[in-house]
Design a protein around this ligand. Sequence first.
Ligand SMILES: *Cc1c(COP(=O)(O)O)cnc(C)c1O
Length: 341
Amino acid sequence: MLSQLYGQKGISLMGVSKAVLGEPAIAEAMIQGEVSFIADSRLENIQKMREAGITTKFVLLRTPLSQAKAIVQSVDISLNTEIETVKKLSFYAKALNKNHKVILMIEMGDLREGILPDDLFQFVRETLSLSHIEIVGIGCNLACYGGVEPDDKNMHALSMLADGLKKEFNMSLDVISGGNSANYEWYKSAKHIGKINNLRVGESILLGCETLNRKAIPGLHTGAFKLIAEVIESKKKPSLPFGTIGQDAFGNINGFKDRGDRKRAIIALGRQDIQVSGLTSNDKLEILGASSDHIILDCENHNVQVGDEVGFSMNYGALLSAMNSPFIRKTFVDSNDKVLV
Ligand SMILES: *Cc1c(COP(=O)(O)O)cnc(C)c1O
């Protein structure tokens, strides 16, 4: 179990639920798997989980200024990088007579969100002057925009910043959050993890892999999600389109290889539903292409009939798109594929 693996060196986990849109059943499974927090990038997902009765500490990974009031109402801890936003959170926390906790995200080179290290002390000084706001930690995010790998150097730098804050402001930080599912290799190889005591992990929990090379993590399930689609046409057809060739439905002109007549199937799913490039057929069927509502499969060496169901595994992008499609029904099953109510 992931929380035991990371727990060996004193790292707690935030289970990140954004890819499954804060699906309460999955958040509950993460809590049973002993994550210490549930974190999501969307306030609406956190509200949904709260309304479903999930009780845990909720963390908001992305902090929109315009939602400050609702954030104070529904979220225990938010990640922040802009003093304007923290001021607004303080304003509403005071008005609602609540304390709001923040983790300050620091730019460690990946160039997505983060306060520049040189600006950190000033940021903290201003934040400490605000009422009803408590700084509970710092963190950084890597391997998202710039593809920067978590390593001893940037993790050490984050630890040093935590030390620096302690010295300068005499503050103790509960959470030093070193990153996400991309931190696995660093964690496995690091002799000293320094002050890092938390990771925010989505993909590793959901799909069982780390995210620098998408390698499976030993002992984890990599097949927890399965996409099933219905075959709506099955025919032998030429592999080359015939007629004058112009643009396809998405404005591309495609090249085709002549492989002669091939057995092909069409399934009732398309680019409107799913990021097709993130699908892998569980039956080794080749995906030839897709339009908005159809995916075309080569099934030359397979017996695929109209009405059959074909299964796919999904990468993170495909899972995210599937969860977002209102046309894909979500069903929860136990380890024997028995549907849970
Ligand atoms: C999405 C997100 C994560 C989780 O990333 P995974 O690769 O799914 O582990 C962690 N931190 C932040 C700030 C995020 O937005």
